[in-house]
Write a new protein. Structure first.
Length: 420
């Protein structure tokens, strides 16, 4: 039993490293994306029958009594009420829950350390307007979609709405954070992110092919440019390469120490609120402290903090995917797919209309949409495709602001919708 647990831990920790190596070695694998591959690995592990499922007695007793002592467990085993396979399932359940919490709580500060809130004030005027109109478009369409699809077979749609706000103002780290904050079940989370990735592939193909020509039919004007914004270039080209070099790895360990202190502070504050709000307080605390500490130059200059955080997001994705049962996917998929499609393309249309009103140029709108719908690493890709590298820095800046505010906005919108 213990060997199974140790083997599972090694799988969760080592598989993302293998995935990243495959992405580095094979361009076609890199195009597919490390997150998608992590989901595939996790779904395979969770659905081929090599791991025991939670037994009925565990569902009724052990999950309801997570603080059962070792002696109580031994008594239940001796009485035959809990089989060894059920006990293993219970331990695996606790392991997954622990890994999800650890990875996302450590990932948030590490990702935010690569940002610098002081630089946000240097964002050019039109870029600020483009970002704000982008936020308005995303929030408006997701809220409207909630009322359109509510009551059509999707339980807890308010949670989905909160996650969509997070991912379309920030990115995958925000989606994962809100999954924890809103207590979203594994199947709904995997479906939401999977459909987001599928729709995102088509949207990205549109942006880098005919998007610029179509945008320029509707939008004119020239946005202000600022070339003095110094944001780390998240260009997506082998970003993990060299992370174990001594000159990089040793300073990176220091950021882990700081991150642990931040998480400890968040956990400490969470003890002052009811248990139902504790994870929310923890995540919002570490988000806030991560932003503040990123303003310290000695921390902000440390390389690979973003990439280190994204590795932990891969571990999180692998764990969550292994918990999802594909047999439960049917039933909620059509409406969810339509809701996410509306969120992506509906917000794009509204953003374009607002950009027309405020005279924002096509390229800046495209790069803003890229930063919000995807994330900063995709900004240079689209900027290169539209042959306008002047928009890279504004785009990356908008994207990292989205990382910073996505948790707050997603949680706020979800709970506002829940109240209706």
């Amino acid at each position: 039993m213990e060997m199974t647990i140790i083997g599972l831990i090694l799988f969760y920790v080592a598989t993302p490293i293998i995935i990243l190596h495959l992405c580095h070695s094979f361009p076609f694998v890199n195009k597919l994306g490390s997150v998608i591959i992590a989901y595939i690995f996790g779904l395979v592990l969770g659905n081929i029958g090599v791991l025991p499922s939670l037994g009925s007695y565990l569902n009724e007793y052990m999950i309801m009594h997570p603080d059962a002592t070792a002696d109580q467990v031994e008594e239940l085993l001796a009485s035959g009420l809990i089989s060894k396979s059920n006990l293993l399932a219970y331990k695996i359940y606790n392991l997954r829950d622990l890994l999800m919490s650890i990875t996302i709580l450590l990932a948030i500060p590490l990702i935010l350390f690569s940002t610098n809130a002081k630089e946000w004030t240097k964002l050019a005027g039109k870029a600020v307007v483009s970002m704000l109109t982008g936020f308005v478009a995303v929030l408006s369409v997701i809220i409207a979609g909630y009322f359109i699809f509510r009551g059509k077979g999707m339980p807890d749609l308010w949670k989905v709405a909160g996650m969509l706000v997070g991912v379309y103002t920030g990115g995958t780290p925000n989606l994962a954070s809100l999954k924890m904050m809103l207590n979203v079940d594994a199947n709904t989370y995997i479906l939401t992110h999977t459909y987001d990735l599928i729709i995102g592939v088509f949207y990205l193909a549109f942006l880098i092919s005919i998007g610029q020509r179509i945008f320029r039919w509707f939008l004119t004007g020239t946005a202000e440019r600022r070339k003095d914004i110094k944001i780390k270039d998240l260009n997506g080209k082998d970003p993990f390469w060299g992370i174990f070099q001594k000159s990089i790895f040793v300073p990176l360990l220091k950021t882990y120490g700081i991150t642990i202190i931040i998480v400890a502070a968040g956990v400490g504050l969470s003890t002052l609120v009811p248990s139902s709000m504790q994870m929310v307080i923890v995540i919002l605390t570490i988000t806030t402290l991560g932003i503040l500490i990123s303003m310290i130059p000695a921390i902000n200059r440390i390389e690979k903090t973003f990439e280190s955080g994204m590795y932990l997001i891969l571990v999180f994705s692998l764990v969550v995917a292994s918990m999802a049962d594909i047999r439960d996917f049917a039933g909620i998929t059509p409406g969810l797919f339509m809701y996410i499609t509306m969120a992506v393309f509906g917000s794009l249309i509204l953003h374009v209309l607002l950009a027309k009103l405020f005279k924002i140029d096509a390229d800046l709108v495209m790069i803003t949409s890229t930063a919000l719908v995807f994330s900063p690493p995709f900004v240079p890709v689209v900027a290169g495709a539209i042959k306008n590298k002047d928009v890279i820095l504004p785009g990356i800046t908008i994207g990292i602001i989205g990382y910073a505010v996505g948790n707050y906005m997603g949680f706020l919108i979800a709970n506002l919708l829940k109240a209706f």
